[in-house]
Design a protein around this ligand. Sequence first.
Ligand code: COA
Length: 261
Amino acid sequence: MTTEVSPLLLVSRGDDHVLRLTLNNPDKRNALATPLLALIADALDAAREDEGVRCAVITGSDKLFAAGADINEIAVKDVAGALADPRVGIWGRIRAFSKPLIAAVEGWCLGAGNELLMCCDLAVAGEGAKFGQPETNLGIIPGAGGTATLPRVVGRMAAMQMVLLGQPIDAATALRLGLIIEVVADGTALARAEALALAIAGRAPVAIRQGKALVNAAFELPHSAHLAAERQAFSALFGTADKAEGIASFKERRSAVWTGH
Ligand code: COA
């Protein structure tokens, strides 16, 4: 089932607990203009409330993921406009998505496209994919994680290489650096991402959400506070029906039937 909330973003939510988002502005190389970015955040906000969604996949076309922010928007924005940019809040909503989000990348993944990739929890790419933060080519810097998040993901020097030189890295390098988890044959990234999403959607929903939140906390909290938060979340899961079901299914040597409660 595909719901076209806008031709720019195809949204599909079937009976398999997986939400599929497809960036669909090929003429502008899926540039993440503010309306498109807001559509992504809206779709994820809705999915957070939707018990039928357990995992989401985001992809572009079979040729390109996204070519970055809309350069035409940047061209007309002054300092006041940049400081008051609604994109800051929109990015925050995307980062706050509570369920696993998986990126399937083919071709170019640049600027805000790469920053969107870093909002995802897993990413797979076709072998011809290329990842970059080319903003310094335009006399600016990345504004949504390309300097803040990227070094935490790929390390300081690789981030410097991408930001200071503005040159893309290939899929094999992205894999080596941990920006993505798998390289697959060109044209098969979406199928692989969907297989991962289905696997995750078949697992205990509350534990999966807590697992995402607590792994992400590693980038926010001091270690001792993180260990305490982890213990809290761990303990809270002991009150869930899915914990009882998980233990029972192990003892009875059968597949668990998760309810998400
Ligand atoms: N913002 C707005 N428009 C963009 C864009 C972006 N980030 N990236 C591409 N476009 C537009 C082009 O202006 C062009 O529009 P036009 O047909 O009206 O002239 C159209 O998309 C096709 O772009 P083109 O460069 O001809 O496509 P390509 O397939 O040869 O190259 C890219 C693809 C992604 C390599 C190239 O478009 C590119 O480098 N884009 C900019 C990347 C960037 O600097 N991102 C950071 C932005 S802060």
